[in-house]
Design a protein around this ligand. Structure first.
Ligand SMILES: [Mg+2]
Length: 122
C-alpha cells in the first residue's frame, strides 16, 4: 500500500510517516505542496493520500479539486489534515470529495483509525 503525504511541515510529515510505517507495508512518498504531489503522482502509483490544507504554491483544497477532476486520480482516497477548525473548510473538503478531515494537532492513532475506516468503505 503506497501512501503520499502532502504537508509543508517536515515535522508533521515525519510524524505521520513514523505512524504509518508501524502499521502498513509499502512505500511512503512525501511532497511539501500540491504541485510537488501532482508531479510525484505521475511517477508512482499511490493508494491513499494524507493532505494538509494550508500550503504554499498549491494548497490542499486546490490539490483535492484537481485530483477529483482527473480521471486517473479521482478514485484515490484523500484524508485532509488541517488546523482550520472552520465548518466551511470541513464542508468544502467533503464536498470536493475528501474521504475524511482530521484536525491538527493530530494523534497518530486517530489517523490510523481514519485510514482503516476509509479503506473499509472504499
Ligand atoms: Mg501547512
Amino acid at each position: 500500500m503506497n501512501f503520499l503525504l502532502v504537508d509543508d511541515s517536515p515535522v508533521i510529515r515525519k510524524m505521520v510517516k513514523i505512524a504509518l510505517k508501524q502499521v502498513f507495508k509499502g512505500q511512503i512518498f512525501e511532497a511539501s505542496d500540491g504541485l510537488e504531489a501532482l508531479n510525484l503522482m505521475t511517477l508512482h502509483p499511490i493508494d491513499l493520500i494524507v493532505c494538509d490544507v494550508n500550503m504554499p504554491n498549491m494548497d490542499g483544497m486546490d490539490l483535492l479539486a484537481k485530483l477529483k477532476e482527473t480521471e486517473d486520480f479521482s478514485q484515490i482516497p484523500v484524508i485532509m489534515l488541517s488546523t482550520e477548525q472552520g465548518k466551511e473548510d470541513i464542508q468544502e473538503a467533503l464536498t470536493l470529495g475528501a474521504s475524511d478531515y482530521l484536525k491538527k494537532p493530530l494523534r497518530p492513532e486517530q489517523l490510523i483509525k481514519a485510514i482503516y475506516e476509509v479503506l473499509k468503505s472504499h
